[in-house]
Design a binder for this molecule. Sequence first.
Ligand code: 13P
Length: 253
Amino acid sequence: MRKQIAAANWKMNCTYQQGEELLDNILGAQIALADHQQVVFAVPFPYLIMANSEVADEKNYFIAAQNCYNKKSGAYTGEVSAEMLHSIGIKYCVLGHSERREYFQESNSTLAEKLDLCLEYGITPIFCCGEPLSIREAGTQNSFVEVQLRESLFHLSEAVISKIVIAYEPIWAIGTGKTATSDQAQEMHAHLRGVLAKQYGPVLANTVPILYGGSVKANNAADIFGRPDVDGGLVGGASLNASEFIAIIKALK
Ligand code: 13P
């Protein structure tokens, strides 16, 4: 079975102490994960080492950075490289979240560079894509998201495409309480898998986990994750509440 992932994106929330308590509460639930299930916490940079030591003895629990820079090293004050993340044992990195695309002008080509650097250092990128409301209303979401994939991912070889995770996050559903229906999620995820299959063939396309993000909560996770092409979720607001996120982990296939 494809990897099924419940990923928490804390964004710029929680103090160090609150973050530590949140992790303790979630890990304290001692949810045993099957071999194909994983839980990932994308935490702010200053908490990476603490969070990584919290999950060190837990099977299939991992820590992610929320971003990295698109250069290997050098005079880029304030930035964090993939090599630095690797050097502290980080296994995942969220790339191209819509908030980074919008507030930090991240382009598809910059993201392609970040993907390469993560893969070079053995870090699994969680590559985010998704359309704004205007595109959804115009009915052109499929081609919009296809371009995001083509321009950021399609330079990758067949050998590495199965090492990435995709997160489909319709921007109109992020933090709005307005979730895509599970039908809308399934429809887009099947489209994305089809786009991957056209480029890499159906066998490889079938290996890539595609997560859904956008107002995933304890009360809708099982419905959304239950669809055949939805392999878990990337969760913002609800991941900051231990009991909500515990229920979301339990909703994994
Ligand atoms: P919400 O779950 O708060 O809608 O955020 C989704 C998201 O952006 C996760 O990356």
